[in-house]
Design a protein around this ligand. Structure first.
Ligand code: DAH
Length: 339
């Protein structure tokens, strides 16, 4: 029996030594120490040992088992160490590789232009107001002196939610909303999205943006309007910029004008950019119509005011010399990154 035990031990230790990987080690464990393993079998045949020698023999078997387990554990640790070293050698980290970059977006040319316009007017003491994109016909048309059958309603055909509610065609309804708040004087600009049922082309879109402006106070005259817009044009397009006020008609202003700026590309000589005229149209404006003031609860004998409306896309297209409005809506980052 003792010889058998000795043989099992020697063989087990030799197999452990020869093991190349954890699987081989595990095979040794199963075949020697396992339930059906050689050592277990040996214990089962204890009855062949003389009764007085059994305790000593049992002890010997246990010691042998402990010895094999210890050696096996050591071999396993060594194996793990070697595996780790091999792994470290093969998985070299190249710290000189460029890191992964997060793609950061870019401010839209409309946003850049709007922030510039806001900066200019905030600098002149204006506050920025917002109005709803889904608007009552009452504010979008009626209170701006455009009654139900007025032809101006045709020019600004829009999307109707129902008979009384429309997607606003202009930011001008914010004028009426500002006046109705009842706090005077008013000095505000109001940027936002507007809608018209237009076909998409290089200069039209069913949804675009405007910036409305309005001042209401005592003794406001057309001179204030001119001075304000001249200053605005110089700040936006450069100190050399000249302005021209052409008589025009808007239902909610009287008198009304359209404003051209001298072409900042050719300085007014005439070029491809200004279609040879030397001037570029940028906005509509006028003195707030007394009837509009009255409809919005302001006494036109005591207060006067001026208003203007600028197309934001128009400013962005001009400022960045973009020749197709559709580019502004495609959100192609290769385009946007240029500004
Ligand atoms: N709302 C006008 C439009 O969409 C633009 C405009 C013209 C606004 C004259 C004004 C103004 O405030 O005074 O065509």
């Amino acid at each position: 029996m003792k010889e058998r035990l000795q043989k099992i031990k020697e063989e087990a230790l030799a197999r452990i030594k020869a093991s190349q990987n954890p699987e081989a080690l595990n095979d040794v464990r199963v075949s020697v120490l396992g339930k059906k393993g050689e050592l277990t079998a040996l214990l089962k045949s204890m009855k062949e040992v003389a009764p007085e020698e059994r305790p000593a023999f049992g002890q010997l078997v246990n010691d042998t088992r402990a010895e094999i387990e210890r050696v096996m554990e050591e071999a396993k640790k060594q194996m793990e160490q070697i595996l780790l070293e091999m792994k470290l050698k093969t998985e070299v980290i190249d710290v000189t590789l460029p890191a992964k970059k997060n793609a950061i977006g870019h401010r839209h040319p409309n946003t850049i232009a709007l922030e510039e316009v806001e900066r200019i007017f905030i600098g002149m003491g204006y506050e920025v107001m917002e109005g709803p994109e889904v608007e009552y016909d009452l504010y979008n048309f009626e209170k701006l002196n455009i009654p139900a059958n007025h032809p101006a309603k045709d020019e600004q055909d829009t999307f109707y939610i129902n008979k009384e509610i429309v997607l606003r065609t202009q930011t001008s309804p914010v004028q009426a909303r500002a006046m109705e708040k009842g706090k005077l004087p008013i000095r505000m600009i109001s940027p936002g999205r507007v809608f018209r049922s237009d076909e998409v082309d290089a200069t039209h879109s069913p949804s675009f943006h405007q910036i409305e402006g309005m001042v209401i106070d005592k003794n406001i005259t057309f001179a204030d309007l001119k001075g304000t817009l001249e200053e605005f044009a110089r700040e936006l397009f450069g100190a050399e910029t000249k302005t021209k006020f052409r008589p025009h008609h808007f239902p909610f202003t009287e008198p009304s004008a359209e404003v051209d700026v001298s072409c900042f590309k050719c300085g007014g000589k005439g070029c491809r950019f200004c279609k040879g005229s030397g001037w570029i149209e940028i906005l509509g404006c006028g003195m707030v119509h007394p009837h509009v003031l009255e409809m919005c609860g302001i006494d036109p004998k005591e207060y006067t005011g001026f208003a203007f409306g600028v197309g934001l896309e128009r400013i962005a297209l001009l400022k960045y010399e973009i020749d197709d409005m559709r580019l502004l809506y495609e959100n192609d980052i290769r385009f946007l990154r240029q500004f």
